[in-house]
Design a protein around this ligand. Structure first.
Ligand code: 3H9
Length: 704
């Protein structure tokens, strides 16, 4: 027996133990061990039943994701599951912690399932660009019906033990105590009663063929919109169709064909890259030297959109929040903003009145900074003005506990300057939330020069508490995300003035995988915000730089986007989806004429290439300046804060896929038209010269 799989005979029950920390992933050693153990149990006359369980954090998190992309070694997990299901003695899977992906498929191949309370069960393969490939697409629908199986497989969500029991995914929930003991006792009882193996492949969940096909059609109808450009969800639907219409063995073959198609696809590669990147962003230099300070009570200064969103994010995480505003009216408005979020949840039955009251009991308001004297951490979200922010920090310096963390939510101001203005710069950090702050996953943790390592570690720990994805960023105008955004938006506006329409640009990028193109997004966030940013930058802008006025011309007319009924699009009667606006196109035409620009046609591919070249070139400069630690930090930022399609892994991963030499060749071509805007990043040039890609830089750095 391999060390990662143990086997022992206990009261006539063969106990097979998965023991491969941290999560009992089903790598080749585990698969071999399992295959041997099942064969041994089958061959041993003393064995009356079999129990499979895992040690450590959970039963199993599924296939070993690190093996994807390498040569595949036998046995496949599908073959192991076949052997388990074929076993002639009852096989019981005893689940705890998590049973995910191939781990749940192994449990589905067992004949009976018991789970400890708190176990999370799911088939999250879709989130990795895959379909369940060890028989899950065939056994699950037979066991729990097409509709519930499609829901689990297409969402990839985890079901709790209670839901799993209700669905028929498991047979019983263990009582608190020794799970293995309960599973062995149950195995003995089953064999004593002569219970036969009960195979999922023979379950009757698809017996009503018409209802199953109808459920499949309903699920399929939503796929194109929800998973635009992705392959795996469609293959999941195909596999379920095979489960409904074909014998089990045929279905397994259909599943295998779909799985092989997905496992070798760039989408799987992109999603697996995103999975590991989302974990590696937490590996930062300060993790070694800084122990997070405890955070239970938090002050939020400002009750506007950002402040109230941040307050909700903190409340949702179970923290105590005090909001401070400058006067009673502003405070009441801030409190209303928070209250409205919970009212909506109650109205849509996602929260009970009781839970709302319990949450709001942790929320207090004040109009004086003294209320923050005992706070563990304070987040300032006031007006973006250096003098105003310094005023706030002077008050915090005077009043807050000496070990409090003082954070600013600024999106572009110089945090080094804010920190240097008070007596404890080591306690000052940037926590850049994205709007709506209670929804958006990204949290840029901006690390000023003088900050103490434990304050940085506190920022990362807070992100975990808030279930956000933290990215460490250095101080510069725009940090990682907005600095890059500014440049690729510029590239889009150049194309706009040169002949592309906002609608073509949006469509091309939506086809690329963005949920929304840049002009639809500008209309949603409000044109006035970026207008203010452009005005702010006007004084320091290089006078030789190209400046496109089209967005300003819209703003001058009061067309700020959805909130004013028109922007790049028209939103008649409060419509949420915009209509093309001939007046906007006429305005753009007039502006081109005024500037003497003869419009030229862009193909959608050219639009995407320029946009991505601008994005990646600036991202390389961000790396070179040390604003981002590694390319993967930029990938995570753009995926979780800026709508970059996760299935492409992020822009740096995408650039590696396209090839850096090709990307640089594009930039050099564009440079001929506008040498100032399209200066190739030296880091990019260096990588191309050395024949390296961005991933080389990911591998090279370790901050664990
Ligand atoms: C599949 O099963 C395909 C099959 O259908 C077909 C054939 C079998 N492999 O996230 P954490 C590592 S596809 C390798 O920080 P948490 C992870 O990288 C698979 N490594 O903890 C980390 O390593 P490190 C379907 C894995 O408590 C450590 O474990 N399964 C795997 O926040 C701790 O992870 C999934 O998609 C893995 N499968 O969350 C499940 N899983 O410490 C993916 C984890 O070196 N995993 N690691 O940084 C998860 O969703 C979460 O990791 C889990 C724990 C919920 C398990």
């Amino acid at each position: 027996m391999t060390a990662v799989v143990q086997q022992a005979l206990r009261d006539g029950v063969s106990v097979i133990t998965l023991e491969d920390p941290p999560v009992n992933a089903l790598g080749i050693a585990v698969r071999r061990g399992l295959a041997q153990a099942i064969a041994a149990a089958q061959a041993d006359d003393r064995v009356r039943a079999v129990v499979i369980h895992g040690t450590g954090r959970g039963f199993s998190a599924g296939a070993d994701i690190r093996e994807f992309g390498r040569a595949r070694e036998q046995p496949w997990m599908g073959e192991v599951c076949q052997a388990v299901e074929a076993c002639t003695r009852p096989v019981i899977a005893a689940l705890h912690g998590m049973a995910l992906g191939g781990g749940l498929e192994l449990a589905l191949a067992a004949h009976y399932r018991i789970a400890a309370p708190g176990t999370r069960l799911g088939l999250p393969e879709v989130q990795l660009g895959l379909l369940p490939g060890a028989g899950g697409t065939q056994r699950l629908p037979r066991l729990i019906g097409a509709s519930a199986a499609l829901d689990l497989m297409l969402s990839g969500r985890h079901a709790g033990a209670g839901e799993a029991l209700a669905l028929g995914l498991i047979d019983r929930i263990a009582v608190e105590g020794d799970l293995l003991e309960q599973a062995v006792a149950w195995a003995n009882a089953l064999s004593a009663s002569g219970a036969p193996p009960r195979r999922s492949c023979e379950a009757q969940g698809l017996a009503d063929r018409a209802a199953s096909l109808a459920a499949l059609e309903t699920a399929r109808a939503g796929l194109a919109r929800k998973f635009r450009g992705q392959v795996a969800p469609f293959r999941i639907a195909d596999a379920v169709q095979a489960a409904i219409e074909q014998p089990f063995e045929e279905g397994l073959r259909a599943e295998r064909a779909g799985f092989l198609q997905c496992i070798d696809s760039p989408q799987r590669e992109g999603l697996v890259h995103a999975f590991f990147a989302e974990r590696r962003v937490r590996q930062i230099p300060e993790a070694r030297s800084g122990t997070p300070r405890p955070v239970r009570t938090v002050g939020v200064i400002g009750g506007g959109t950002m402040g109230s969103g941040i307050a909700v994010a903190l409340l949702d995480a179970g923290l105590h929040v005090t909001m401070v505003e400058r006067d009673a009216d502003s405070l009441a408005r801030g409190q209303r903003n928070v209250g409205k979020v919970y009212d909506r949840l109650v109205a849509s039955r996602r929260l009970t009145e009781g839970d709302k009251a319990a949450t709001l009991a942790r929320f207090t308001g004040a109009t004086a900074y003294e209320a923050l004297a005992q706070a563990d951490l304070v987040v300032e979200a006031v007006f973006e003005d250096m003098a105003v922010k310094k005023g706030v920090f002077a008050e915090l310096d005077r009043l807050c506990r000496r070990d409090a963390v003082l954070a600013t939510n600024t999106s572009f101001l110089d945090i080094d300057e804010i920190a240097a203005s008070i007596s404890r710069p080591q306690d000052v950090i940037g926590l850049h939330f994205f709007s709506p702050a209670n929804i958006m996953k990204l949290l840029e943790i901006v690390v000023p020069r003088q900050v103490a390592p434990d304050v940085v570690a506190t920022g990362f720990a807070l992100a975990d508490t808030l279930r956000k994805v933290p990215v460490r960023a250095g101080v510069c105008d725009g940090f990682i995300g907005n600095r890059i955004l500014y440049v690729y938006r510029e590239a889009a506006s150049h194309m706009l003035e040169d002949g592309a329409s906002p609608y073509q640009i949006d469509q091309a990028l939506e086809d690329f995988g963005y949920a929304m193109g840049p002009y639809r997004t500008a209309d949603l966030t409000g044109g006035d915000i970026s207008w203010a940013a452009r005005k702010r930058k006007a004084a320091t802008r290089d006078p030789r730089a190209r400046y496109v006025r089209i967005a300003d011309l819209l703003c001058e007319r009061g067309w700020f986007g959805q909130k004013t009924g028109r922007g790049f699009y028209q939103y008649p009667d409060g419509a949420r989806t915009g209509r093309h606006d001939p007046e906007v196109l006429a305005l753009i035409d007039a502006e081109r004429a005024e500037r003497g620009i003869r419009p030229r046609a862009f193909t959608d591919e050219q639009v995407v290439r320029r946009y991505m070249a601008a994005l990646v070139n600036e991202a390389a400069k961000v790396l070179q300046d040390g604003i981002a630690l590694r390319p993967l930090d930029i990938d995570v930022t753009m995926v979780h804060g800026y709508g970059f399609p996760r299935w492409r892994g992020g822009p740096m991963k995408y650039a590696d896929t396209v090839g850096l030499a090709a990307l640089l060749a594009d930039i050099r071509e564009y440079e001929k038209e506008d040498p100032l805007f399209w200066q190739p990043a030296p880091l990019l040039v260096g990588l191309v010269q050395r024949g390296q890609d961005f991933d080389t830089l990911n591998q090279g750095s370790s901050h664990a």
